[in-house]
Design a protein around this ligand. Sequence first.
Ligand code: GTP
Ligand code: MG
Length: 435
Amino acid sequence: MIESFDTVFAPSSAIGGAIAVIRVSGDRTRAIAEKLLNKPVSDRPNLLRHVRILRDGQTIDDCMAVFFRAPHSYTGEDMLELHCHGGMTTVRCVLSALSEAGGVPAGPGEFTRRAFLNGKMDLSEAEAVMDVINAQAETSLKSALEQLSGSVSRRVRAVEEQLLNARSSIEAAIDYPDEAEESAYASLPAALREAGETLAALIEEGRKARVLRDGLKLVILGRPNVGKSSLLNALLGEDRAIVTAAAGTTRDVLDERLSIGGVPVRLIDTAGVREASDEAERIGVDRAKRALETADAVLLVLDGSEELTPEDEALFKETEGKTRVVIANKCDLGRRIHDALPISCKTGEGLTELKRQIETIAKPAAQSTAAITNERHLSALEHALEAVRHAEGQTEPDCIATDLSEALHALGSITGTDVDAEVIDRIFAHFCVGK
Ligand SMILES: Nc1nc2c(ncn2[C@@H]2O[C@H](COP(=O)(O)OP(=O)(O)OP(=O)(O)O)[C@@H](O)[C@H]2O)c(=O)[nH]1
Ligand SMILES: [Mg+2]
């Protein structure tokens, strides 16, 4: 267990690069730096300096170092950043020297946890740090950077404000029951409704924008042998799925990630839909239909060199109402279907246009970068909404006040003003060491 008074250290860059960044944070940073570098830390912080790291009087690295003085650092504590040579041996020697000088190896997310505890950022901003690192595409990165700059906290604070107003009306009613009818109490129903509407809007917007994190779920659907797996491979640019001339090749659902126009997309190849001839194929067809139920959009693939079949017609019906792109594949063999996007997985014709159409579907979903997309934040908002709705159905001022406190508690857990220690532990446990 790392104590908050420990001075911690950890490598902060990926292993194997030319330069390894090692960070130290805590009260003893200055003493440790002076021991390792064998000279006093300069009075001018934030400057990159050329130094030698010593261990038992021997130079173990010739590198660069920056000292940040509390509270003007990432963690809010004194910090040292060593930019060493990147080899495993160098890094291991420097880490041993730090340990011998009194440092303690940092656990996952320890630096960001300290930044949160020292008030350098709120909890939603701390969580955004991890989202920035894990961002799968440009739009997810933009959204995480928005969150890092405090957009989530700002929007949550606005609802908190509405709820606090509602609560003060209630408190007035409890304290001065006789004047309650004329007083602010009269405005309570409207205040509750307004807070509920804001919460509901935030939740809906956030759920939509979660596409940013999970990717637009795009299901490739069609009867057997029209070239669904060939399309998956063509869009991915690699031979991921098995393609054969026999109908009924794909049995399982294949789920691949790629980025189209900066938006993360989950591309899902399915078994060709028809009356299945064996058990495995039947299960495959069932899975294809289940994938369709949760799809954000569908690529309905036809064989453009043949006339439409009754199986194609059935799929048109099944995908009605879904966002879809109808594709006539194998256009290199002939064009017998019109009103569909002609492509050829064989020659690559039409693929650029297809990608453009996918981009137009994915982009609007990705536009709201300030939305609250983190699952923990969304469930806290839902909890708050439930409490507000409950309050709307109450008549006793005391009961309404209790509901409002519960809603405010839920909102406080987003920014971390009102959060249990275990929640904090759970959040930082998912961080990488060194961040
Ligand atoms: N000429 C031509 N052949 C294609 C094209 N796309 C796919 N094919 C061929 O069509 C056959 C079926 O391709 P698949 O990608 O396996 O088709 P599928 O829809 O995944 O088939 P199932 O998994 O059985 O449902 C293979 O022989 C491919 O080489 C194309 O654009 N032009
Ligand atoms: Mg296939």
